[in-house]
Structure formats: C-alpha cells, structure tokens
Design a binder for this molecule. Structure first.
Ligand code: PHE
Length: 337
C-alpha cells in the first residue's frame, strides 16, 4: 500500500463520517471500518505479509487512523444523541426562552399590610398569638363561661388533646395584656378557624383584632378611630354607622357598617338592599376581661374591635367568592399586582 493510497483511505473515511446523520448510519460506519471484517481490521491483519519496514510504517498509520476514527465516532454519537433528544422533547431552538412569572403579594396580605399601616399611624403596634389555643384564652378569659350560649355562636374545631383552633383573634387581647403593662394599643392579624364552608365562609379565614387601653378611653375614641380607619380603607367619603350588638367580652357592644361601596347606599344585591355593609364588631372592654388579664377595671378603660380580612378584601376589590383567596389561581393573584 502506497502512502497516497493510505491517505485516500483516511480522507474517504473521514468524509463519510462527517456526512452521517443518524445513529444507525453511524453503527454501519463503525462496522464497515472497525468491525471484525472491517476495512481497517482487514488491512491490519494483512500486515503480516509485508516486509518489516513497510509493516512498521503502514501499521502505525493504520493504528493512528483507527484511534482517529474511534474518537470521531464518539463525537458524532454525542452530537446525534443531543439532536435526537431535542427532537423527542419537541424543542425548537429558534423559539424565545420561557418567561418566568414574577410573584405578587397575596391580596389578603395586601389588606393586612394596609390595615396595620393605617393603625400604625395611630400608634398601634402589631401583636400575634398562637392558632392552636386553649378554651381558656379563646372563651373563658373573654367572659364566655362553659355554659354560655356564645360558645355555640362560633363552630369550634376541637383537637384530640383538648386544645382548640382559635375561633377569633380575641384571645390575643388576653395574651397581650398578660405580657404587657397598660397603656397599650395593638392590632393583631392572624388566621382563625370555624366549622363552616360556602361562598362566603371558609373553615380558615383571617381576622384583625384591635385593642386600646388607657386611663381614659371612651366610646368616642372607639368611634373616632374606627371612622378614620373606614375612610382610609374605603375612601374619604365613606359613611359609617354603629348598631348596638352583643359580645360577651365588650360592653356596650356595637357592629359597624359602612355605606355600600357598590350601590352608594341606594340598595343592591351585595348589601341585601339595605344600603349598608357590616364590616366589624367592637365595644368597650368588659371589666371581667380586664380582671382575667390582671388589669384593674377601676383604673383602666379600653375598646376592642375585630374584623374579617377576607370580607374587607371582598368589599374593597369587588370579589364575590371567598374561595378565590385560597385557590390561588395565577390570573386571580396577578390581578392584584
Ligand atoms: N371576636 C369577635 C368575632 O369574632 C369580634 C370582636 C372583637 C368584637 C373585639 C368585639 C371586640 O366576631
């Protein structure tokens, strides 16, 4: 074999390799050149009959070519595997990259932040308490004894160990007063639980509690602060009214309504044609509550209020199904950006 014959063999093989487009073709190529009866294998076998000097030259050329082809086959194989993978995944490399959606603050947290900020301006700081509560803090200390029918007002989840899931944020009033000396002003947002579920009720929902205690806090302070809150939250022109109500832990007790933001007070489906939307419960702290918290009711006065965050958010954003807050569909959440 002349050296130009050998060089042609090499060129031919490399050209053939470069044109290969599938793994099965590549397999064929491998067999053709490097298989037991392959071109190179045969040529190496036939070296025996050559004179020593030629044997050495041709042999080393063929062995180098063999290495070169093996490397070439390996590279080709990688290239083809990648291509096939892309085809399998349906990847079109000319398409633009995927967009990553940027998160937004959940509407309930938007409302919680806003309310905390509004009350923060009035000197209220933020307090928290546990969601797993004892009956003592959730009921008894709030002047709701065992036999009291108000225990049935709030469908309670009982845990096996005798603890409960808090049914309102009011136990935070007690926990805060036991820890801190008066005067104090706190708001306490958090999750609460009641055995109840439909378009307007979720077994888990959020409330924000408020408590202000000082030497001289009157019902006028309650009205003034809650009116300010309503106008900051729902707009300057928002009208409010207070209706007498009952809670065991406040006396006197009220519920506060705002003029319906949907119909402007004319009456519509949302306000059940009353022109008013109920948004919170409130009242002057009951002396029994002060006693349970270790405050002297002859020395300290205060008011408390509690409201449902979902309800505030539904009114503010015109949402008619509470479940939307917990299903967390992206389109819903994105609309609050
Ligand atoms: N805890 C009451 C409720 O869940 C609301 C409330 C809080 C009323 C504080 C008065 C004072 O309905």
């Amino acid at each position: 074999m002349t050296s130009s014959e050998l060089e042609n063999l090499r060129k031919g093989a490399l050209e053939e390799l470069s044109k290969i487009e599938s793994l099965s073709e590549l397999e064929g190529f491998k067999v053709k050149f490097l298989g037991k009866k392959g071109v190179i294998t045969q040529k190496l076998k036939s070296l025996k009959s050559l004179p020593l000097e030629e044997k050495r030259q041709v042999g080393s050329f063929l062995n180098r070519l063999k290495e070169e082809l093996l490397r070439g086959i390996q590279n080709k194989e990688k290239e083809l595997l990648f291509k096939e993978e892309d085809r399998d995944l349906g990847i079109d490399l000319t398409l633009p990259g995927r967009k990553r959606a940027i998160g937004a603050i959940h509407p309930l947290n938007v409302v919680i932040n806003e309310l905390c900020e509004i009350f923060g301006r009035l000197g209220f700081s933020i307090a928290t308490g546990p969601e797993v509560e004892t009956e003592y803090y959730n009921f008894t200390a709030l002047n709701i004894p065992d036999w009291h029918p108000a225990r049935d007002m709030q469908a309670t989840f009982y845990l096996k160990n005798g603890a409960i899931l808090r049914t309102h944020t009011s136990p935070i009033q007690i926990r805060t007063m036991l820890k801190k000396k008066p005067p104090l002003r706190i708001v306490a947002p958090g999750k609460v639980y009641r055995y109840d579920a439909d378009v307007r009720h979720s077994p888990m929902f959020h409330q924000i509690e408020g408590l202000m205690v000082d030497k001289r806090v009157s019902f006028a302070d309650l009205k003034g602060i809650l009116t300010y809150f309503a106008q900051e939250t729902f707009g300057e022109g928002t009208r409010v009214r207070f209706r007498p109500s009952y809670f065991p832990f406040t006396e006197p007790s009220v519920e506060m309504d705002i003029g319906c933001v949907i119909c402007g007070g004319k009456g519509c489906r949302v306000c059940s044609h009353t022109g008013w939307l109920e948004i919170l419960g409130a009242g002057m702290v009951h002396p029994e509550v002060f006693k349970a918290a270790g405050y002297d009711p002859s020395e300290w006065q205060g008011f408390a209020f509690g409201m449902g965050i979902e309800r505030i958010a539904m009114i503010k954003y015109g949402i008619d199904d509470i479940r939307l807050f917990f299903e967390n569909h992206r389109n819903f959440l994105q609309s609050f950006k």
